[in-house]
Ligand binder design. Sequence first.
Ligand SMILES: *[C@@H]1O[C@H](CO)[C@@H](O)[C@H](O)[C@H]1NC(C)=O
Ligand SMILES: *[C@@H]1O[C@H](CO)[C@@H](O)[C@H](O)[C@H]1NC(C)=O
Ligand SMILES: *[C@@H]1O[C@H](CO)[C@@H](O)[C@H](O)[C@H]1NC(C)=O
Ligand SMILES: *[C@@H]1O[C@H](CO)[C@@H](O)[C@H](O)[C@H]1NC(C)=O
Length: 790
Amino acid sequence: MFVTVLLLLVTLCAQGGHGEEKVEAQRPGHVSVVIVGGTGDLAKKYLWQGFFELYVSQVGSGNTFSFYAGGLSPVDQATPVLFEILKAAFCLKHISEERCAVLKEQFLRLAQYRQLKTLEDYQELAKHIEKQLQEEGMAEAGRLFYLSVPAFAYADIADKINNSCRPTSGAWLRVVLEKPFGHDFRSAQVLASQLGNSLKDKEMYRIDHYLGKQVVSKILPFRIENKKFLDPIWNKYHIERMEIVLKETLDVKGRIAFYDQYGVIRDVLQNHMTEVMTLLTMQLPLNLSSSEEVAHNKLQILSSLLPLGKNQAVIGQYQAYKTEVQQELNKTKDHISVTPTFAAVLAHVDEAQYDGVPILLISGKMLDERVGYARILFKNDIFCLQNHNNIHCKPKQIVFYFGHGSLKYPAILVSKNLFKPALMDEWKEVTEHTDVSVLGLPISDYYVQTPTVQREAYAELIAHIFAGHKNSFISTENLLASWGLWTPLLNGLASSFPRIYPGGTDNEDLLDIRLKGNDISYNSEVVIISPDQMGGTSANNFQVMQGKYRSADMVSAWAEELVERLAADLQEAAEAAVREGGVFHLALSGGSTPLALFHRLVLHHFSFPWRNTHVWMVDERCVPLTELESNFHSLHDHLLQHVRIPYYNIHPMPVQLNQRLCVEEDGAALLYEKEINKLVNGSRFHFVLLGVGYDGHTASLFPGTKVDGHEESLVALTESPVKPHQRMSLTFSAINQAHQVSLLVMGKGKHELITQLSRMKDNPNKWPVTGVRPANGRLVWYIDYDALLG
Ligand SMILES: *[C@@H]1O[C@H](CO)[C@@H](O)[C@H](O)[C@H]1NC(C)=O
Ligand SMILES: *[C@@H]1O[C@H](CO)[C@@H](O)[C@H](O)[C@H]1NC(C)=O
Ligand SMILES: *[C@@H]1O[C@H](CO)[C@@H](O)[C@H](O)[C@H]1NC(C)=O
Ligand SMILES: *[C@@H]1O[C@H](CO)[C@@H](O)[C@H](O)[C@H]1NC(C)=O
């Protein structure tokens, strides 16, 4: 009956001719909106207001509505609660008070509370909707379920909806879900497949309310509108770095039971900040309205992000957190949580356009101010000798300012030394400024634009859901790709201890961050020395120790100093060889041990004579060079691509010939040997770097390999006891002719081996590493304290 009243009112209002934003819906008719969890916090704070705004915007569209709040409480208890919430709904500024009052009264009449617990409850709801449609003789446009409940209830509710609440054919079903969508890759996958049993992909709307923030939703349109200015500078040659920052002043008191299981990375980095990062870096879609194209381009950038390891993140926890956990989770005083409340992560996109451009994602609780922004800082190649106030001398940057902070309103800011951006639709330019600075520049040094009407993210997204625009929602594929990026890092950090910070302005420089190549660290070192550490083991008192091991030279130190020393020795050998003969022949091993050395060389040895260096392989696995398992692949990723070495100086082992891998008749070993003979004087490498395996193997010479069989040749095909079995390796003849051979051994795990080897006589068949005996060269063991002392 009330529907008729509404229709009357609709007509009246339409004649009033007010200019509410029209949102396009597919087929006009009746729309049922069900908020499950309709009296909860989120519904109270944002959702009902959002639906009220939708309702107001739809006046005159031909659509009619009913609104249901669903919940577990009985009707008589929850109904007054619901109406308290609804009464707080307000109109946006451009609607007169009288009119607003009329609209609100109407809105209240369209709403009711229903208990939604059992399947029968959902069936009753469906019956109610159908009966109403019939009585009023109306066509159904669609049903919108907003699940504002804990994620564990999603699958069950989705199942009930599918079983009993699907609309009549022709009408749409949309089910809206709130994060968390799992807490790692596996759980997200499980949840996605459970939901997939009840709902089609196109029926699911996964909300990330950040995508409804006005500034965030304008990132792509801004990039498209200003394409002619941005195209030439949106790349590694011009971008110094990107920063996505979300600082909060609040703590998580009262929410610990939830928060302690998630932490800041799961709470905001995996979702909101990753979304902003993809919007900044993704390839622009040709058609911004095509959600398939947008999702596809997002997925592409997500898959080209370099893996995040422990060196790409620092974490922190505010001081009071520990006590809050103890209180709220009812834990004893010795309970410690390592859940981070602060994190800074350094990401890189592995695409030529962004090669080496640092992307920083930073967020935390209990920081000095509340602010959110994404900044693109450009390189400035102008050097000002005087007159530093000249705009050309100042930072060049674009800031997407989400809100709060010193500016207090959402805005897009472009520093005046870049370009004057096009004005966005429904945005206005700000020219009257208060005396405020944003990220190092006075506001008057920016072109500033802001939305004409400020709207809440939820209201914006509710309008998108109603219109069926899927652009601002997270697809299953993209969700899983994002978890694929974050899960390894989360696992890696699971046992890391966060830096404790006091909170607010007392944090001072404690959380300042330093970027170093691909790595990120806290800028200030906080050294905590516990009393038992100060007792002083002997190893603590000297940095690098020289000695003898198996009657050869040995250098020993803590891992970091050891690698430093080896890198220095390597550079010295390279410089000596280049001085003497103009060339340095270096043979490198695979495996994880030398990676630290490669990083050291890349980041600290800029004067290494790479142009005169030839890089050879000690051994290789019989897999295509493009595979992760390939030693060359790893060498390429960790060393070669980062240094200026001519391509023709790089000599991967030819494991793949005639489209097959390591087949004897293809003569790959002989081919590599010929190349060595041709280029290396006397076939004597200047420097061979070896490691040693737990079974005593070195290069790919394994115990029980017929070592003697290869006496004559320099290169051989060998068999490994572990997969991939087939290998190609330098032989002892090649290794033992070298000028210098270095054996690098690191880690506690190698202690047992080092102890055994120290007593072992030479027995290359059983312990291949004991066959390393340079005839006219020098052998040096580099063993770290962990391996040496255990
Ligand atoms: C929904 O339920 C029906 C059975 O009632 C089932 O056949 C269907 O596969 C379910 N899922 C979807 C996505 O329709
Ligand atoms: C862009 O995509 C939308 C949604 O898929 C479609 O309706 C529209 O026709 C497309 N526009 C162009 C120019 O292809
Ligand atoms: C806290 O834990 C203790 C012991 O497990 C229990 O006796 C007590 O009832 C708990 N208190 C609360 C508030 O949960
Ligand atoms: C090659 O090695 C021999 C013997 O070690 C040496 O005499 C000769 O100068 C070297 N040739 C070059 C081109 O370095």
